[in-house]
Design a protein around this ligand. Sequence first.
Ligand code: PGA
Length: 252
Amino acid sequence: MNRKLIAGNWKMNGLRADLQTVRDVCAAIKGEKTAPETLLCVPATLLVAASATADGSALRIGGQTCHSRQSGAFTGDVSAQMLQDAGASYVIAGHSERRTFHGETDEIVAAQAASAIASGLVPIICVGETPGERTSGETLQVIERQLTGSLAGLEAASAFVIAYEPLWAIGTGKVATPEQIAEVHDHVRGFLANRFGAAGNAARILYGGSLNPGNAAEILAISNVDGGLIGGASLKAADFLAIYTTACALEG
Ligand code: PGA
């Protein structure tokens, strides 16, 4: 069984006053290897302060996207090297909101992931089907196509994390059923084993999409679910910590 990763995604939320949430999370989590790894992916503006706040605790801090190049004439963009310099150890790559609102393709996501790894970050590479693709029975093909493209060129399965986030479950309160989650996660595991051999078993696969304290126990117990990527419920320390505590019980 892989060590679980409980990752929060604050999206475009969070001001300096919200560093109190980071403080509260740091104070409550344990650093033992038997406890899940805990991460908050905060807006770029908060990275330096959040990293300083989390210093000395078990909480890891991450970015939400990065450019595929390390520096250059890309106004407004942030590179993986900059995230790392600001204290990040993870970065989300290819979140569906980036794919939808910023036109990020599998090819771009693969380049971002490679850049993240080159900078010493662990990319959390997101895949997921639209409601229409689910209804027309294309889910597994879509996931496989996204994995093939977004992992192109990556060599070590230990260097990245996958997050399965069905688009219809993100921020909607609609959660995929345990059967739907298990089917996709097993498929992702098969893909990774096929592509990376035994090492593919060690790559963590997170579920994301309306994960909350009420459904975490059921979802995190599904085989091949190695943690969660949590949006809305990561904004309040109490909710995020309730999910973390649920994951601790499953690890223990
Ligand atoms: P949600 O977001 O938990 O608010 O559904 C998850 C995500 O987009 O990562």
